[in-house]
Design a protein around this ligand. Structure first.
Ligand SMILES: [Zn+2]
Length: 487
């Protein structure tokens, strides 16, 4: 008994010692890298451009609804770009593919792989019934209280305009990039991008173009990235989740509702949906998160640092905490979201079939094939067909490297542009147009050079979307630096 107790005490002391040593081994925050003097850009000039761009109602409704209206707005936006960015247009060649724009800015070294800078020109609609909640009309492009207001201010006209303003300034100065820069501005990112960047990517693939790296929207600078972290951190998405929608079609015996059998399509469908929801996919802290924690840990107070430095012990606790928040949970596993259900046409008629739609966002652990298998196994009923909607599906992306030459270059540019800010990897849970280029690039990164507070996320695709004027100049400077420093 005494020996057992002694053993327990030794074990506890050992664990405490390991935890303590590992925690103290986490380096104190490194001194901020000395960054070259910032390129000064007048934010207000660019803010006016962003406001003008917001006024074009380039809304993607899906199912090609209001397509003519959107196309004429895209035409008008393109004409406005031509007028507003004349030096850029003189420096590049432009191709119009569908309504999307492909610009090529020839670099000095034709043998170096080109890079691709992306943004999309379309925006999501204002949710019906929420128009009145906007403090500024969503398409007025108002500039007030230090912000540019309107749909698309962040997503993604903010990137589009700061990128164009950066290129215009460089073109005005007679700049030629060290290697070729290609710009792709999509027309339909918000509805999957198949007509826009889907087709642009096909054109480039046919020309055998292979990019060194691609930069699209995705991550951002978070002002309050984690409880206890007092300083902003740039999150760059090195991967994005896959996308899969499945339709479950349950069959049964139709007929009069006064004489039901036990072969009920709706009951069978309900059971199938529940089975899927009750069989979640594997979850846990992955390598991207581990690396993210290692970037964040030095900036944390002792207790949190101790937790993150000792995942071998605290992993299950941290996982449990992250699982408790839908936003962080979505990063840890393949999500299951039943979104539509239908069946039957009349209250006294048994339908012979009923249909449910479930949307999955795939973690890197899963493939479309493995999700299908998992779902079919969970349902385990031959009277329920499982069909994939193939037009919208995409596998989870590959994970790009933050530590190869491409990753180091972009991380350094972010640090130089934003006061030596730490850069942590993340995963985008939504899909971006960059997925069309995964096969055409060594690395694909996703980052918006803007600061986001805790309530800004809900403005994207939500109400009162806006971009701080103070963020606009630095974003232009960031893109300028990115193009200037290419080797
Ligand atoms: Zn977007």
């Amino acid at each position: 008994m005494k020996r057992a107790l002694f053993g327990v005490v030794v074990a506890v002391v050992l664990i405490v010692a390991i935890v303590f040593v590992r925690t103290t081994m986490v380096a104190a925050p490194p001194p901020l890298a000395s960054s070259p003097p910032p390129i000064s850009v007048n934010s207000m000039d660019v803010a006016r451009h962003l406001a003008a761009a917001i006024r074009f109602k380039t809304i993607s409704y899906g199912n090609s609804a209001h397509g003519d209206e959107k196309n004429s707005q895209l035409d008008a936006l393109r004409a406005w770009m031509e007028q507003t960015y004349p030096a850029f247009h003189r420096a590049v060649t432009r191709e119009i593919i569908g309504k999307s724009l492909l610009f090529t800015w020839k670099g000095k070294n034709p043998n170096a792989k080109p890079i691709l800078l992306m943004a999309h020109m379309d925006v999501v609609p204002v949710v019906p019934g929420t128009g009145r909640d906007w403090s500024h009309d969503p398409f007025s492009g108002d500039i007030s209280d230090g912000f540019v207001w309107g749909r698309g201010a962040i997503d993604d006209k903010g990137c589009l305009i700061t990128l164009l303003d950066a290129a215009e300034r460089l073109a005005q100065s007679g700049f030629t990039p060290a290697r070729t820069i290609i710009f792709a501005f999509g027309q339909d990112e918000e509805v999957g991008g198949s007509e826009g960047n889907g087709n642009v990517a096909k054109v480039l693939a046919a020309r055998h173009i292979h990019f060194s790296w691609v930069l699209d929207e995705g991550g951002a600078i978070l002002n309050e990235p984690f409880p206890g972290v007092q300083q902003p951190v740039a999150f760059m998405a090195v991967a994005e989740k896959g996308y899969l929608t499945l339709q479950l079609v349950a069959h049964g015996t139709g007929g009069h509702s006064s004489r039901p059998t036990h072969d009920l399509a709706i009951a069978r469908l309900s059971d199938a949906v529940l089975q899927v929801v009750n069989h979640p996919f594997a979850s846990g802290i992955d390598d991207i998160q581990k690396e993210q924690f290692s970037v964040l840990a030095p900036y944390m107070p002792f207790f949190q640092r101790m937790m993150l430095a000792n995942l071998w012990l605290t992993g299950p606790i941290i996982s449990h905490m992250l699982e408790g928040n839908p936003e962080t949970a979505a990063i840890m596993h393949t999500t299951i979201a039943p979104t539509m259900i239908s069946g039957g046409v009349k209250d006294n008629v048994l339908p012979p079939q009923a249909t449910a739609t479930i949307n999955f966002r795939l973690h890197q652990r899963e493939s479309i094939e493995s999700v299908l298998e998992h779902v079919r196994k969970s349902i385990n009923d031959p009277s329920v067909d499982v069909r994939a909607l193939t037009e919208t599906q995409s596998e989870a992306s590959k994970v790009s490297d933050l530590h190869d030459d491409n990753g180091k270059f972009i991380v350094q540019t972010i640090a130089d542009s934003f006061n030596g800010i730490p850069v942590a990897p993340t995963v985008t849970t939504g899909a971006t147009d960059s997925r069309h280029y995964l096969a055409l690039a060594d690395d694909v990164y996703r980052f918006d050079p803007f600061h986001m507070g805790p309530d800004d996320m809900s403005r994207v695709h939500g109400t009162n979307e806006r971009l701080a004027i103070g963020d606009i100049g630095p974003a232009v400077a960031f893109y300028m630096r990115l193009m200037q420093n290419l080797k």
